[in-house]
Design a protein around this ligand. Structure first.
Ligand SMILES: [Zn+2]
Ligand SMILES: [Zn+2]
Length: 338
């Protein structure tokens, strides 16, 4: 089978590999759509640790073509795969903290993933998609499930104000989810104009360019969009600057949710007094514990507008090239159709 394999840091290419053979409790999936993620580029560059040689791709859907079937996961079933495999028996798992499993592994990171014509996965990682889900949306379930975790952590109340810092796939999804949760004001902050326009066309009530205006003034200042601060701020950019911006935007007793993965060694400048005095709540949101099933249901809903987030569909050869260059302007999500 054709597959995009990370052979070692910096070396990624399209290979011809043996057909995977499903083992106990595994199914064989013919991949129909697999999304590329910023973290795939980080795996290639070594900024994010993987376990090469490994087939990349952690956001994918496909059709069941063999392996350990059951009444629900049958031949021909269309499934989305939750790539994050927890062990179920360590103390974290037994406390319900599966994203913090001590034996956590993931398809496309340390198990062969979905940038391939076929992949073998544990049956319990597969979620059957509702029949009405449009083509390729199953590949968006993983980023969506991570955003649902972020939403759970944010606990947005109807009528509240929300700022999303970052306009990539996570930021775009969070802006839509915040609106669906009843937020009255949803502002997207990103320097890329195309991403601001996209967010506004999909339901954000406003957007700001942090390189043109000081977001704290434009949003929370007198005469701003949400004077006095916003109820919930998502850092969906994963950078020291975006985190600092998020802290500056939150109202007293507001919530900052960190959903973007910043490079591990970078530090941000924040004043403890600011957090103390404003009683800020700063929470992290890691992976997708128990949210993949909800994502698989939600992608069937026309309330979420996903098609505009798919920038382009390419073959595996083109995707391998895209992995080695940076994202193009306006690029949100590339999908490979193997
Ligand atoms: Zn991803
Ligand atoms: Zn565990």
């Amino acid at each position: 089978v054709k597959a995009i394999q990370l052979r070692r840091v910096g070396a990624v290419q399209l290979e011809e590999l043996d057909m995977p053979e499903p083992r106990a409790e595994e199914i064989l999936v013919r991949v129909t759509a697999a999304g590329m993620c910023g973290s795939d580029r980080h795996l290639v560059s070594g900024e994010y640790p993987g376990r090469p040689p490994v087939v990349l791709g952690h956001e994918f859907e496909g059709v069941v073509v063999g392996g350990a079937l059951n009444a629900e996961v049958v031949l021909g079933a269309r499934v989305t795969v939750d790539p994050n495999v927890s062990c179920g028996v360590c103390s974290s798992c037994r406390s319900g903290l599966v994203a913090h499993c001590q034996h956590l592994s993931a398809y496309g990171v340390d198990r062969d993933g979905g940038f391939a014509e076929h992949v073998r996965v544990l049956r319990r990682q597969a979620h059957v998609l509702p029949a009405e889900v449009p083509a390729q949306f199953g590949a968006l379930c993983e980023p969506l499930s991570c955003c649902l975790r972020g939403m759970d952590r944010a606990d947005i109340q109807p009528g509240q104000s929300v700022v999303v810092v970052g306009g990539g796939i996570m930021g775009q999804l969070l802006a839509q989810l915040a609106r669906l949760a009843g937020a009255r004001i949803v502002v997207l902050s990103t320097r890329q104009r195309a991403r601001r326009e996209l967010a506004e066309s999909l339901g954000a009530t406003a957007s700001v360019d942090p390189t043109e205006v000081d977001p704290a003034t434009a949003v929370t200042g007198r005469g701003g969009i949400s004077p006095g601060g916003v109820d919930v701020v998502f850092d969906a950019a994963g950078a020291p600057g975006s985190f600092e911006q998020a802290i500056a935007l939150a109202r007293p007793a507001g919530t900052v949710v960190v959903v973007g993965a910043a490079p591990q060694e970078l530090e941000a400048r924040i004043r403890p007094f600011h957090i103390f005095e404003r009683e800020l709540r700063i929470v992290g949101s890691h992976l997708n514990p128990f949210t993949h099933q909800r994502a698989a249901q939600l992608v069937a809903s026309p309330d979420l507008r996903l098609q505009p987030l798919i920038t382009e569909t390419v073959d595996l050869a083109e995707l391998a090239r895209a992995l080695q260059r940076g994202p193009r302007a306006g690029e949100i999500k590339l999908i490979a159709a193997p």
